[in-house]
Design a protein around this ligand. Sequence first.
Ligand SMILES: Nc1ncnc2c1ncn2[C@@H]1O[C@H](COP(=O)(O)OP(=O)(O)O)[C@@H](O)[C@H]1O
Ligand SMILES: [Mg+2]
Length: 423
Amino acid sequence: MDHQDIKNRFGIIGNSPLLNRAIDIARQVAPTDISVLIQGESGSGKEVFSHIIHQLSGRKHGPFIAVNCGAIPEGTIDSELFGHEKGSFTGAHEARKGYFEVVDGGTIFLDEVGELPLGTQARLLRVLESGEYIRVGSSKVQKTNVRVVAATNVDVFEAVKKGKFREDLYYRLNTVPLRIPALRERKEDIYLLFRKFVVDFADKYRTPGIQLTPDAQDLLTNYSWPGNVRQLKNIAEQIAVLEKERVVTAQILSNYIPAESQTTLPMAVKDANKESFSERDLLYKVLFDMRKDMVDLKKLVVELIQNGFNPGTIEQNSPYINQLYQEVRPAANAMVNEEYNMQQPATLTIHNPNQQHGNNNDYLTYDTQDVEEVEESLSLLDKESDLIKKALKKHKGKRKAAAQELGISERTLYRKIKDLNLE
Ligand SMILES: Nc1ncnc2c1ncn2[C@@H]1O[C@H](COP(=O)(O)OP(=O)(O)O)[C@@H](O)[C@H]1O
Ligand SMILES: [Mg+2]
């Protein structure tokens, strides 16, 4: 099989030297049983290459499983990969085969392998070196014959230096390194890929063909494509389906391609400690953090489902829940404070009851005009415990009335009483 045969068979588009070199390596290593570590940015085609390696190997009639190591909660990953015995942990009602058992005779694709916890890394090293593994909760050593193709979109060697990834496992996996180039490293392929994708999508959705003007082709080629082929495919699909103009100019295309930031994303995150970064960089960082939070949340949900929603056991078993508690508490408190502030109609001032005019009990009054009081009103947060006590006293412990007087919700008052230990 030459390059072109492989490209035809696996639907690979492109002709750049870097892509051809990757195909060469995949073709040469495929028939051996050597572990391969595929490195490349997200969306660059790592999974496609794992299929090539399996299909061109003697294992092609055996099973193939792709596992996203980054998406499985730490608490269950050993059991997913190596199986478990009945009763080995809460919720293990039945014994279960792991992927390494199921895929005996085939190939396992470990995506985002850098995310594996250290304990699992040790088990993986063992199965790579001797084919031996042990189900969780068992003492019986079992044997399997599995070819491992791993992938990562981060620099695993960095993780090795930080002690987060075992060096021996790194060298074991990386016997043959296979690097998939990013789209921006093979600009000559971008327009080819785009044309293929729009033709396919126009066929699929029965829409007329799309043409790019020369300035649009330039824009397409010079964009940085952080999401690589996957992103290009998405944009081709959007244009094929949504765009009314079938001759697409740079102007039109720019509606589909995100605006480029001055600094690239990884830099923005890396330099987050430095003083001078733009608002945009900050926004990106916030988005990244949010994305991480989402991933953690998803893991948590999976964990909750697997633990059968038993609040008693979840809390002890789940490092995520404990972590979440610790992380969310300060944020929740801050929100409560915000809610508190927002419910004040204007600035809130404290009057000394001795100087008070009118109703003596009315130690709280709202002042909508007195701007000079703003500074004093800000110190109110410090005095809130005092105020709450007073309000409760005034209303003889009736929380509803006290909350109303304070201008906060009953629920907020309840939480504050707890947080400030006022009970
Ligand atoms: N050279 C290529 N030619 C055509 N399609 C490709 C190519 N490389 C990747 N793709 C497509 O791009 C998408 C992302 O590829 P994938 O292998 O899942 O990337 P990764 O695993 O690196 O995130 C898939 O739809 C895949 O079919
Ligand atoms: Mg992938």
